[in-house]
Write a protein that binds this ligand. Sequence first.
Ligand SMILES: [Zn+2]
Ligand SMILES: [Zn+2]
Length: 383
Amino acid sequence: MCPRDASRCVPAPPATPLAAPSASSHWPGDRAAVPTTGARWRGRVQPRPPSPPLLLPAPRGPARPHFPMLPRAAALPPGASVGPRRLSTPPIGTEEEQPPRGPEPRGRAMESLPPREEAAVPAGEASEEPDSGSRRWGAQHAGARELAELYSPGKRLQEWISVILCFSLICFNFYNLLFYLRLEHTPSIIVGIFAGVITADFLSGLFHWGADTWGSVELPIVGKAFIRPFREHHIDPTAITRHDFIETNGDNCFMTLVPLANMAYKFVSFSPEALYETCPWECYVFALIIFITMTNQIHKWSHTYFGLPRWVIFLQDWHVILPRKHHRIHHVSPHETYFCITTGWLNYPLEKIGFWRCLENMIQGLTGEKPRADDMKWAQKIK
Ligand SMILES: [Zn+2]
Ligand SMILES: [Zn+2]
């Protein structure tokens, strides 16, 4: 199934599902990611054609130094759908030869990210195959290079300070929280932690959706500091696997500083009786803060296919944190769904009720702004 140039194909690895790198999923939303027993197309199930050679490395296998860039369409059976809104895959050799286009209407297929996007190379190893004259995603993409260069020393310093302050406050608050825990609070603490995780997932989606869909890198201060990483991530999704701990977590640590400081203030100024009383609430807030702080680390793990600790893979497989297969659905252009990246629990229900679409229609109606206009502009930079 290699299109046009057979010399660019790599030998097929052992038959591994394209987007099922690990144990089976335990979440309904994941099943929409990749066809399993047949490709659903135009409302009926097509018999599955003979397996084409898959062009991804076997997950968790030994690292390969280099993968040729191939369109995702080449690695899927004809008509296979990738995401929940995909009705069909364009014929091989048509979509990939066209220059980048503007946003497609919802529900239309637009295969824009090649399998390299998720066939993440080992951290620190950015192997790309430059090929002038055609669209490329990854570190060699002109827009990705320009965005990466905007990462400034000032931004780096802000990230360092945020990480140090954030983890110091987390330790202080955790110690104090343990001090006020009581056995009779156990049920409300469990509910509080669960609610905190759900809230964090929703907020991760809301923030991610906002940064992906609106604003631009040219905006003063927030553009380069907070919107730039989202633009870079769509055109070079594996860049995040090459970011160190500070760059990965700096922004999220920055966001949780105020609530962490507020919690610390309560611990030093409130009476013990008041603190016993509010302990379940503080557990909710603390779980929310911890999961928001960890969100981008969890997101980075969802793009990492080599060298993940076993416990991280276990948590992904059981959908305690964002699974790799699940997050692939977001990375299909035009990046309009599955924005929640902490646990991903809310992605399926929010997609079902058309939550993001409603919000976008409302904002577009009020402001006249087109969703994802800046994101598409960066994606189209080819020089
Ligand atoms: Zn995104
Ligand atoms: Zn991602």
